[in-house]
Design a protein around this ligand. Structure first.
Ligand SMILES: [Zn+2]
Length: 379
């Protein structure tokens, strides 16, 4: 069996095991069995439930991590699928199914490719190679991958996220900011008896939206966009609200910190003398192993130099596998690399990334396909 056939068969098997975030137990058990059968030196499941297989060379060298996540979002709109989302059908050279592109295809390819490398070279190489299949990525991008990177002491991380077979060498960061103004509730027929939190928000919101944000020629603009606004009580029938909250999506550039992002907003609040608080959104979830993930929604930006040896090595590998070529580009969709930061780069050189990232409008099943032709020449 060729490595390509092995990877494709494994990708189909992975798609057939539903693995929504927080319920990856069954697929991890399956992958654990496969990794052992393929002869990896070590297979490790960490406290969150992510699984990593490793091979170790007989000489000192870099630790290389090939990362993928094996959780997916749920199938909420089954009616929009023209095929069974867990059927893993191949139609006209495309593999269909939930997670085919994001990113069970890459996971299968990485598992099969490194096993093949071990088969050919044994342990006669420098350094170590690790293949991780992480959990809970769709809710906390990069959180589980960062634990694996620390555990494997990774010097280099390659992430198999969809990249149109381009090498991605950087990405804007992202933060979710929560701004709340406070007032005092009263009957809205006598508003002078209380203090309206919406009026307080109105005094500062325009100024905050007008704050200058940085921009950079590589990553673009560091934008600030309000994504929701809600007052309490809601609905506020005949009640002056005592609380109004706005959530902002803030895209970050390299060099921005938690402090530098919040400070200008705090300055506006102070200058206007408004009772308000601002912080980063925090969220929490439980992994299938019952471990708690709790983190602020703040993910650093990162960029690797065009000429960096790793970028050049990635490009060389990509040239050998794909006929179409372009220079390294910047990732736009959120990926685990937002948390891994400067460790990471994002090629599809070693993984069969889908030919394109789905852009709406597109049927649900079409957006979950993986071209299976691109890597048909792999050994
Ligand atoms: Zn993904």
């Amino acid at each position: 069996m060729t490595t390509f056939t092995a990877a494709l068969t494994l990708a189909q098997a992975l798609i057939r095991i539903p693995s929504p975030s927080g319920a990856e137990g069954p697929i991890v058990s399956y992958i654990q069995r496969v990794m052992h059968e393929l002869g990896y030196d070590e297979v490790h499941v960490d406290e969150l439930g992510s699984i990593t297989a490793s091979i170790y060379g007989n000489r000192p060298g870099l630790s290389l991590l090939l990362d993928s996540h094996i959780d997916t979002v749920e199938v909420a709109n089954r009616g929009q699928w023209s095929v069974d989302p867990y059927g893993a059908l191949i139609i006209d050279g495309s593999l269909y199914g939930r997670g085919a592109a994001d990113m069970k295809g890459a996971a299968a390819s990485m598992i099969a490719s490194v096993a093949r490398f071990k088969e050919i070279h044994g342990n006669d190489f420098a350094g170590s190679v690790h293949v991780s299949c992480t959990v809970c990525e769709e809710c906390f991008e990069g959180y589980a991958a960062a634990l694996v990177a620390a555990h494997t002491k990774a010097d280099v991380v390659i992430i198999g996220e969809a990249s149109e077979l381009d090498l991605k060498r950087g990405q804007r960061g992202r933060a979710e900011i929560v701004l709340t103004t406070y007032g005092q509730s009263c009957h809205s027929s006598s508003p002078q008896r209380g203090s309206n939190a919406i009026v307080a928000m109105d005094k500062i919101l325009g100024r905050i939206l007008a704050l200058p944000t940085p921009s950079c020629p590589i990553l673009g603009a560091g934008i600030l966009v309000p994504t929701d606004i809600i007052s309490r009580p809601y609905p506020g029938r005949s009640v002056v609200p005592d609380r109004t909250t706005v959530t902002f999506d803030r895209r970050l550039l390299v060099g921005e910190s938690r402090e530098s992002v919040l400070q200008p907003i705090k300055a506006v609040i102070e200058e206007e003398g408004i009772e308000a608080s601002v912080s980063f959104q925090e969220s929490e979830m439980e992994s299938y192993t019952k471990a708690t993930i709790k983190a602020e929604r703040f993910f650093d930006a990162w960029v690797l130099d065009d000429e960096a040896p790793l970028v050049q090595l990635g490009l060389d590998a990509l040239h050998k596998q794909a006929s179409e070529r372009s220079s390294p580009t910047i990732a736009s969709a959120p990926t685990p690399a937002t948390t891994l930061g400067p460790w990471a780069y994002l090629p599809s050189a070693l993984a069969p990334g889908p030919r394109r990232w789905p852009t709406p409008p597109m049927s649900e099943s079409r957006s979950q396909t993986l071209s299976v032709r691109m890597t048909a020449t792999s050994p």
